[in-house]
Write a protein that binds this ligand. Sequence first.
Ligand code: ZN
Ligand code: ZN
Length: 398
Amino acid sequence: MRFTVQLIICADDGRSDTTHDVAVLEKDCQRIEQLGLTLAEAKQLLTQLQQHLVARQATAFVTTRSQCEACGTPLRMKEQTTRTIRTLFGTVVLASPRLYHCRCRARKTTTFRPLSVLLTESTTPELLFMETKWASLISYGMTARVLKDFLPLDETLNATTVQNHPLAVAQHCEEELGEEQEVCVDGCPGDSGRGHQKAGEVFFLGRIGHTMGIPWTGGLPHMKFTVQLVAWTDTGQVEPGQEGAGLEKESERVAHRGVTLAAATQLLKRLQHQMVERQTTAYLAARAHCQACGRARRVKEQTRRTIRPLFGTVVLTSPRLRHCRCRTRMTTTFRPLRALLPESTTPELRFRETKWASVISYGMTARVLKDFLPLDETLNASTVQNHTLAVAQRCEEE
Ligand SMILES: [Zn+2]
Ligand SMILES: [Zn+2]
């Protein structure tokens, strides 16, 4: 089963609609660990999204500043330089041209870099905030490990780099972030994305009103970013009804800070939900008929099954089917999803819980997990402890 995650960038003029594949995922659906996204896949996806979003905004801004404001003459480029910005979702390197000022009036300098006007800092406030917040709770070295485990950050992040960011900066950030922490990803699973020519099933995941956590200082041309998941059918058939769902509805409450970690994890939550539903549907479809005689199995009742993957709890419909009577069996009914989901927590979430509980406290582990993943509020020190003990017991038995 193949999924692609696409980013659609739509500028205000409506002409420059572009689509990027930010992830191509080949997923089977035979075992619990194949359901949804792995953390590695999620990090890769967020990195790609961030790169495309930021680069596109920066380019559009530079373009609007490439003519003289007074007389409209195109400005000549002196040199091409680059500008680096560290974000929660990876380091982005941007092209930043140095332009000559127009000579139609006198200026203090001969050249300027338009991007420097837009980008005043080289680390996003949210990344600084997370570094300092965690460094105040656990050691610098452990903070670097936590951040690198959950976010697509550089390998160069270590205890020293974390330590070098002064507390004062973070305090300042917290004051600023306080009320601005808004989730700017909207949309719902029922909406479809933009009309798509390719064969597949399109799930609309959300609009990203701004770039993820970038402190642009204003003046950006308006753009809309849409993220959608395309589930490819094996036969390549076009699923009907993918048109519609206009992009007109704005993400109104986009704060200056843009999309935060909370918004990015909401996006992953929605993405995971669509994928898991799709995968379990395929799993069930393959078991809808008797393997011996090919007759359709009858549904006795519909039940529910809850699973806890990395990006939030998913409730699935789990049918109880009657066994075919073509041969004798020990039972009359069975639930196919039980074989796919032998336990309710996925191995990867269990692994993260156990791993962190072995190096920091249970309570701190719960805080780390809830900070970086869209998990239930019910996760706390004792639930982490119970899960960890269960894993330890099982290891002992084995
Ligand atoms: Zn001029
Ligand atoms: Zn049969």
